[in-house]
Design a protein around this ligand. Sequence first.
Ligand code: PLP
Length: 395
Amino acid sequence: MAGTTSAVRLVSPFARLNDRLAGIPPGRPPILLGLGEPQHAIPDFVGPTIAAHLSEFGQYPAIRGTDAFRRTIADWLGHRYSLVHAIDPERMVLPLNGSREGLFFAALGARERTRRIERPIVLLPNPFYQAYAAGAEAAGAEIVLVEPDGERTLPDLATLGEDILARTVAIYVASPSNPQGSVATLGEWKRLIGTARQYDIMILADECYSEIYRTAPPPGVLEAADSLGDGYGNVLTFHSLSKRSNLPGLRCGFAAGDPGFIAGWTRLRNMAAPQVPGPLQAVAVAAYSDESHVAANRALYNEKFALAEAILGDRLGGGVPQGGFFLWLPVPDGEAAAVRLWQEGGVRTIPGGYLCLPDSEGHNPGVGYLRIAMVQDLDVTREALTRMADIFDRS
Ligand SMILES: Cc1ncc(COP(=O)(O)O)c(C=O)c1O
């Protein structure tokens, strides 16, 4: 289940795909399902809110964000996860310039917090979002890949050796996961928190897809910590407006959780991290105060997943995912399939192997998959899925 990886050369999967497809013209007018960039409409309140706060572009924003931002996030978390123990907006919330930079910087914060460990380890899922590995590398940590067993979404840390756990400073996990779209149960979260606390490991929980789900809202890491009733230590959640509110270009998200971690991390971020401009924080206040645009967004994704079920059927290899907006399609060879879909159908997708590192036995768990980002509108998605089914049927 665990594999150490050394001398990693990180390459963006998108840059790798550009290289692989260079010189290959698309067989049909292109449809882009590679990048996870939502193409749904942006909410109506964005423009007027920025206009109302325009003068704030004339000031450097504070790294801790505005009072209104932190209060809104603390309230939203309280409602979303029915928290009994309130999130303290003063000590437990920070705005992020998109969750990507926060996920990257968090590894540096975790490293800083545990200076006594000489050869730190950061645990990563596999496949994983590239910022996790970039953060671990920048923190000078050894990367150890941990995969959950069977149907689980989160790994069971208790199965790792003492030698690994004693050196681990942080673990990155995602629920809903990207690309599989699986969702961690409350029990899985609680178990992870229990072991992480035993070894003083920071859980960096990427929950940026938390609002995009098929039927039931995914339980969250803060919800699990709340129900354990021992505070929010060792837990940090990451959320983003990119997916929830179709605002990938706004660059706004937040981190919330462990007040001790946030205190030290804020000192570091205050010297090096990008702040979030005031008018954009005001948009976030509006966005997190409204669920109607989020529900409409979710409904549109669900319509598209129903289309995928109808058009791709058994090819989905076990139905649509519980959360997120990707299909993780089993295929004989992900790279060959991506090239063929582009060359014959103009459909751009990502080979699953590009999102993984080889494990300790040299096996890349993503090679037999294709990631399809369901980010286009309904008609374009129908067209893309139909082209894909036609091409697969010809093989
Ligand atoms: C799993 C995951 N985490 C984090 C991010 C970062 O999103 P953003 O920086 O836009 O919040 C992405 C973006 O695609 C993602 O897929």
